[in-house]
Write a protein that binds this ligand. Sequence first.
Ligand SMILES: *[C@@H]1O[C@H](CO)[C@@H](O)[C@H](O)[C@H]1NC(C)=O
Ligand SMILES: *[C@@H]1O[C@H](CO)[C@@H](O)[C@H](O)[C@H]1NC(C)=O
Ligand SMILES: *[C@@H]1O[C@H](CO)[C@@H](O)[C@H](O)[C@H]1NC(C)=O
Ligand SMILES: *[C@@H]1O[C@H](CO)[C@@H](O)[C@H](O)[C@H]1NC(C)=O
Ligand SMILES: *[C@@H]1O[C@H](CO)[C@@H](O)[C@H](O)[C@H]1NC(C)=O
Ligand SMILES: *[C@@H]1O[C@H](CO)[C@@H](O)[C@H](O)[C@H]1NC(C)=O
Ligand SMILES: *[C@@H]1O[C@H](CO)[C@@H](O)[C@H](O)[C@H]1NC(C)=O
Length: 367
Amino acid sequence: MALTSSSSFLCFHMLMLTLFSLISAETTLQVPAIFIFGDSTFDVGTNNFLNDSQAKANFPYNGIDFPYSVPTGRFSNGYNSADQIVRQFGYKRSPPPFFFLLNRSSSFKKRILQGVNFASGGSGILESTGSDAFKMVIPLREQIQQFSTVRDNISALLGPENNAMLLSQSLFLISVGSNDIFDYQRNTSAKMTVQEFLDILQETYQNHLQKLYDLGARKFGIVGIPALGCCPFERFIRKTGDCVKELNDLAQAFFNATETILIKLSSQFVAMKYSLGNSYTMTLDIIDNPLAFGFKEVKQACCGNGNFNGGAPCNASANLCPDRQEYLFWDWFHPSEAASRLAALTLFGGEVRYVTPMNFSRLVQTT
Ligand SMILES: *[C@@H]1O[C@H](CO)[C@@H](O)[C@H](O)[C@H]1NC(C)=O
Ligand SMILES: *[C@@H]1O[C@H](CO)[C@@H](O)[C@H](O)[C@H]1NC(C)=O
Ligand SMILES: *[C@@H]1O[C@H](CO)[C@@H](O)[C@H](O)[C@H]1NC(C)=O
Ligand SMILES: *[C@@H]1O[C@H](CO)[C@@H](O)[C@H](O)[C@H]1NC(C)=O
Ligand SMILES: *[C@@H]1O[C@H](CO)[C@@H](O)[C@H](O)[C@H]1NC(C)=O
Ligand SMILES: *[C@@H]1O[C@H](CO)[C@@H](O)[C@H](O)[C@H]1NC(C)=O
Ligand SMILES: *[C@@H]1O[C@H](CO)[C@@H](O)[C@H](O)[C@H]1NC(C)=O
């Protein structure tokens, strides 16, 4: 079901599922391609190609619920949020990583016409984000540069006019910002004030989004960052088990900054359309009322170690919960497959509390 305050939740669930499958079947052709940018919430294997990256998930128990239980590099027990969103539009799963396609020159041309995933775990909006903690990540600027190459390749295949048409009808999904905030929080040296940091983040994000617009993107599906202070790692660190307020305040302020950017850009460029998902509100609503959304455990990670399973990454020597669909968190930072699915349903068909100014199903219908 999508997140909803409806109390007759089961019926609603069935109704929405039926409704969604009808809508997705109908809208498949309206989204010829989906291009995906961001961090580990969307990474489907980009970092597997980065030898020195320490932000990897291509080992068990990651992928335990993925088809054939393969660890693919997704930070999830199964399909991640990128997969779950594109599934709403009738795709089977996320398009493959750019690096994967790059190495398959025979099918490269055909496959890029349906989209490419550029997202890289540990990366952020700022160029330096993740480079200290994870050694090697692909920052958002470079992801957009890779897209620019793909755009040239599509243009070579279809001609510039058809290329522009294809891109204008395609969906551009972006989920980024958490790692910038984590890096800011980790930085113990003399650092800028919160306001300075948010200003730089906002300005840089705006430049990235405008660059994408200049390259032909028109429909932006932006996923905001969740209540970072409530992830198992943060509960582990604080020991009290409470959410970390400063982090949640930063997350909320960043959501506001993102909304400001999108309002500004879309009034400047009338062809630009967007949906902004409020993951912050989604997570807090679930944490406040888990059972209403089908979860039983919203504090502990399913896979990990230490208090809240939040003290170590998910790997083959970590604890693993059997009832994974009941957990909000898969590991110390990432949502479970079930949580990603709920988020995707909500982004696709949800109300304005969770996705503004329109949901993703409406976004793709805009002309
Ligand atoms: C990564 O490692 C593989 C196998 O060891 C090697 O073939 C490849 O050249 C390396 N790539 C880079 C960019 O260092
Ligand atoms: C690309 O494919 C070649 C041959 O299949 C392989 O040796 C190489 O490691 C691959 N490179 C990457 C980045 O995966
Ligand atoms: C894609 O475009 C880039 C930049 O124009 C070019 O270097 C590359 O050869 C192209 N790749 C394919 C497979 O067409
Ligand atoms: C910490 O912040 C300062 C000032 O903003 C910056 O110069 C420095 O690179 C940061 N350190 C790390 C490890 O990110
Ligand atoms: C974000 O915006 C909301 C509503 O506009 C406001 O209530 C809230 O105080 C703002 N939060 C932050 C941290 O700026
Ligand atoms: C899992 O991670 C922990 C903590 O980083 C590490 O000590 C352990 O060796 C890892 N286990 C495997 C199987 O990689
Ligand atoms: C999602 O958008 C559609 C328009 O495409 C609208 O009919 C529907 O009411 C929206 N969902 C919610 C829950 O607001």
